[in-house]
Design a protein around this ligand. Structure first.
Ligand code: PGA
Ligand code: ZN
Length: 431
């Protein structure tokens, strides 16, 4: 028995940022050290994701997690107690085998990912290192380029507009600290513009302003004005990043827009996005087409991949095999990494490594349902992902992650290096 031998695994019900039940797991080692993690939850989920186990029935809209917790406190605890927390890959493989389903539906994706992350935290605690350092070992790390939401939309705002995330990126900032400072100014300016227009109606699920717009372009124009109002240069200093989350409104090559009820074919959808790319300094675009639209992705990537990051979220579901296939098919140039989409820490890391091998941009990402858990902030630095997407610049489940990266930047001191432009996988920068 070593200091890092697992003594207890305990699951408890806590509540997420939407006030819904979720799974927290605490792993205690024989040394008395422990690690803890909370499962997040998505709203716009890809069909290939690990599946959360929810109770159904009437309590809390059927979203309770008592069965998932029983699995943690029963089968999972039984399989992990006595194992060495440092054997992350072997422990994750055991969790996958114990579940036995392709999508984690028996024990629950929520039970498994919270356990996997709690084991990681416990192992880092045993090594007496912060998690990011434990993950990085002696390898150099960089502070991620943040992608920060200004307006929410899509499934996170009752489909008020089609696009799910209107975000900014500050690749010309000199540090992570400065990128947050610029973002704070843009967020404030956008709020002031909404207020002046009589459109300030609170915030959506991830803390971006509620999108009281008449069309998607209205949101883009307001974002441009907000950037200009801060005195920062759109394109050169601050770029736009969109998550279209097109699987939410597209299928079989048909895309139905919520605002005007129009249905676009794949080519029309690509033309619309292309017009936006020609009009606005868009540096990154996520899920521009639906997860079943492989040809659309390929076509879009051929046309715009040299001047824009094209991210697969629902399309790749943090799956290493899908990332490899995307690289050989030329469907996109970046992958979103959500640990709970993959199921375990090890699988998420494999997807990230597959992305790096392909020369893709790699973005560690939160979910729309979050908590005070800051694991992903550490993953983004410790795995040297290059980019981090957490939601907006308000609400503490979001700010907890940004603030954690500030602490890591401070701890790195003179060795702190900010990714900036180098995180983006394309060559033609906006002029
Ligand atoms: P989700 O949204 O967590 O609701 O899936 C986040 C995203 O689509 O990137
Ligand atoms: Zn997405």
């Amino acid at each position: 028995m070593t200091d890092s031998t697992i003594a207890h695994v305990r699951g408890r019900r806590v509540w997420d940022s939407r006030g819904r039940p979720t799974v927290e797991v605490e792993v205690t080692l024989h040394s008395g050290m422990s690690g803890r993690a909370i499962a997040p939850a998505g709203a716009s989920t890809g069909s290939g994701e690990a599946l959360d186990l929810r109770d159904g029935g009437t309590a809390f809209g059927g979203l309770d997690v008592t069965n998932a917790l029983s699995n943690v406190n029963g089968e999972i605890a039984g399989a992990l107690e006595g194992r060495d927390a440092r054997d992350q890959a072997a422990i994750d493989a055991s969790l996958v085998a114990l579940d036995g389903t392709p999508n984690r539906s028996r024990l629950g994706g929520n039970a498994i990912v919270a356990t996997s992350m709690a084991v990681l935290h416990a192992a880092a605690a045993a090594s007496r290192q912060p998690l990011w350092r434990y993950l990085a070992g002696n390898r150099p790390v960089r502070l991620p380029l943040p992608e920060i939401q200004i307006f929410g939309g899509g499934a996170h705002a009752a489909r008020r507009v089609d696009v799910q995330d209107f975000m900014i990126m500050c690749p010309a900032a000199g540090s992570f600290t400065e990128a947050l400072e610029w973002t704070a100014e843009v967020y404030r300016a956008a709020g002031a513009l909404m207020k002046d227009a009589g459109k300030l109606q609170g915030v959506a699920d991830e803390g971006g302003y509620w999108p009281a717009f008449d069309c998607n372009e209205d949101a883009l124009d307001t974002l441009m004005r907000a950037i200009a109002d801060t005195g920062l240069q759109p394109g050169k200093q601050v770029g736009i990043s969109l998550d279209i989350a097109a699987s939410e409104f597209g299928r079989d090559g048909h895309y139905t827009l919520a605002l005007d009820g129009r249905t676009l074919g794949t080519d029309q959808m690509i033309d619309m996005l292309g017009r936006w790319l020609d009009t606005y300094p868009i540096l990154s675009i996520e899920d521009p087409l639906a997860e079943d639209d492989l040809e659309g992705f390929r076509h879009f990537s051929q046309s715009y991949g040299s001047r824009c990051q094209i991210i697969g979220d629902d399309f790749l579901v943090t799956n290493a095999d899908r990332v490899k296939a995307a690289a050989s098919q030329g469907t996109l140039n970046a992958v979103l990494i959500k640990p709970n989409q993959a199921g375990t820490v090890t699988e998420a890391h494999e997807a990230l490594q597959a992305g790096k091998t392909a020369g893709f941009g790699t973005i560690v990402s939160a979910r729309s349902g979050e908590s005070e858990d800051v694991t992903i902030a550490h993953l983004s630095v410790g795995w040297d992902a290059g980019q981090l997407k957490v939601g907006s610049f308000s609400r503490s489940e979001r700010m907890a992650k940004w603030n954690e990266v500030l602490r890591i930047e401070e701890a790195l001191g003179p060795q702190a290096r900010f990714c900036g432009w180098s995180a983006l996988p394309f060559t033609d920068r906006p002029r």
